[in-house]
Design a binder for this molecule. Structure first.
Ligand SMILES: O=P(O)(O)OC[C@H]1O[C@H](O)[C@H](O)[C@@H](O)[C@@H]1O
Length: 545
């Protein structure tokens, strides 16, 4: 058994996990439950009272965090220590939103001036595009930007852009290409004119197959429309930490925005990777997004654990994962603009905490990252919420909702809120057999049928949820919200003693993908692999089943 699972705190929590009364009872017994189990800062309110917790459980979870050295680990991240141990790198997305006078050192060098210089370069680039100082090869203004990237170099820019649609200034159109399926790029190109289009290639490594292939095809398309190699500089720019490779690829050195190896892909939207967002909402709004994240960083670093929003959320996730058998976690956004957020948090959390060895290389004897999924409320209520209410799996939920809509339209927002609050209540309360039967009292069904139907209508309740509210979805509150989830992910990784910042599983997929690619192009039939892989490769080579 590991030190973690052997600890008396862990063992006590395990004992308590089956002893807590139903949440209905907890609420009935304590009218102060909401004020005891809610916290607010950075423009966000977290109501975590609808969780299977009491004061003792919370106190023990906080003890678990102390025992795991969480305060020290937070300090180490903020100090730029190489906490990504397998890649020997610092983890400094917090430096990307630090104030200009901050001093955050990697190997003795303050990285903040470089971050600020890149922000200034982004601002100048955006201004040049908006004003028409930057023009395409025929002298026309750029009207469309195609952002090419995948994983962290795609999800953040795309989803955060979508979320901030009310802030788009209409100066440019932005399109996103991630999938290497040629249909993705082709569909976009059909709508574009090369003379007014700028391609923004986003790849930290500048080595990701999908992104390189999509960029090469975009370049061929551009050249194929009668333009020359000399025109490329006016239509291609890149964001990468591999400046040498980007230059070699043919991107003009002036058109390269740097990033750094201490920014993880899934934590990179705050860097120049966020350029598509800034192009759509303007630099001031992009800076407000950073400011919101910064506020959450300050909160995370300085607030006592018991009031610390990411710590509370991380501990609750550990509670369900390790002590209540939950294997998935659902994120439900009651805001149309936030509909992509579950997919963003999915990469953030699953790529970070989908690990099974500790920092010392020991295989864990406890579960780690759950499956993160979700979608847009109220749509999910008419689909998968059924399983949340009456299925056999325990699925803790986060409900996220702004109190004010960007589009106040009749009773829409009130209805949205009523559904959100109604769902958390239904999950918590459930419906007893007696209640279900009472609801059927006036029906004309025979008694036996009433009883049978009542059994189907029983909902156990006691299903946990957090509710996160904000006044309005703004760049600042969104920045705080995303940083909240980043740090929540960190808290869990710290307790599980895993490296939340590498992704070796993804790397293996990339390597094998490249190997298969060479076999697909070979002249000989493939016989060297397992029978399934051989057959699939050979079917593709023959182009028919
Ligand atoms: O930005 P790139 O180097 O092209 O990497 C793009 C993506 O590649 C991999 O799939 C990683 O797992 C992601 O974290 C990364 O964001």
């Amino acid at each position: 058994m590991s030190k973690l699972t052997q600890s008396s705190t862990w063992q006590t929590l395990q004992g308590l996990s089956k002893q807590l009364p139903h949440m209905r009872q907890l609420f009935a017994e304590d009218p102060q439950r909401f004020s005891k189990f809610s916290a607010r800062d950075c423009g966000l309110l977290l109501d975590y009272s609808k969780n299977r917790i009491d004061a003792q459980v919370m106190q023990l979870l906080l003890q678990l965090a102390e025992n795991s050295g969480l305060p020290h680990k937070i300090a180490a991240m903020f100090a730029g220590e190489p906490i990504n141990t397998t890649e020997k790198r610092a983890v400094l997305h917090i430096a990307l939103r630090a104030p200009a006078d901050a001093d955050i050192r990697v190997d003795g060098v303050n990285v903040v001036p470089e971050v600020q210089a890149t922000l200034a370069k982004m601002a100048a680039f955006i201004e040049a595009l908006y004003s028409g100082k930057w023009r395409g090869c025929t002298g026309q203004k750029i009207t469309d930007v195609v952002a090419i990237g995948i994983g962290g170099s795609f999800l953040g820019p795309k989803i955060i852009s979508e979320a901030l649609k009310p802030y788009w200034n209409g100066k440019l159109n932005c399109h996103f290409v991630a999938n290497v399926d040629g249909s993705c790029l082709s569909d976009k190109l059909k709508m574009l004119a090369p003379e007014t289009t700028l391609f923004l290639m986003s790849s930290k490594s500048f080595g990701t197959q999908e992104t390189l292939t999509n960029t090469l095809s975009a370049k061929s398309w551009f050249l194929g429309q009668g333009h020359t190699q000399a025109d490329v500089a006016k239509h291609f720019a890149a964001i990468t930490s591999n400046v040498a490779k980007a230059t070699e690829f043919g991107i003009d050195a002036d058109n390269i925005f740097p990033m750094w190896d201490w920014v993880g892909g899934r934590y990179s939207l705050w860097s120049a990777i966020g350029l598509p967002i800034a192009l759509l909402i303007g630099m001031d709004n992009f800076l407000a997004l950073l400011k919101g994240a910064r506020a959450m960083d300050v909160h995370f670093a300085a607030t006592p654990l018991s009031q610390n929003l990411p710590v509370i959320m991380g501990l609750l996730a550990v509670w369900y994962n390790n002590f209540q058998g939950a294997q998935s976690h659902v994120v439900l956004t009651y805001d149309h603009y936030l509909r992509g957020l579950p997919a963003y948090f999915q990469q953030l959390d699953m790529e970070s905490n989908g690990k099974s060895v500790t920092l010392d290389g020991e295989t864990v004897d406890y579960t780690t990252g759950p499956v993160i999924w979700g979608g847009e409320g109220t749509n999910g209520q008419h689909a998968y919420h059924q399983l949340l209410h009456q299925g056999t799996a325990l699925i803790p939920a986060d409900f996220i909702m702004p109190l004010q809509s960007h589009n106040p339209l009749g009773v829409h927002h009130q209805q949205l809120a009523s559904n959100c609050f109604g769902q958390t209540q239904a999950l918590m309360r459930g419906r007893t057999y007696a209640e279900a039967l009472a609801e059927l009292q006036d029906s004309s069904l025979p008694e036996a049928e009433k009883q049978l139907l009542a059994r189907h209508k029983v909902m156990a309740g006691n299903k946990p949820s957090n509710t996160i509210l904000m006044n309005k979805l703004t760049p600042e509150t969104l920045g705080a919200l995303i940083a909240l989830y980043e740090h929540r992910t960190f808290v869990q990784g710290a307790i599980w003693d895993i490296n939340s910042f590498d992704q070796w599983g993804v790397e293996l997929g990339k390597t094998l993908g490249n190997d298969v690619l060479s076999r697909l192009a070979a002249t000989e039939a493939c016989t060297a692999l397992d029978s399934s892989s051989n057959a699939l490769i050979n079917l593709f080579r023959q182009q028919k089943i």
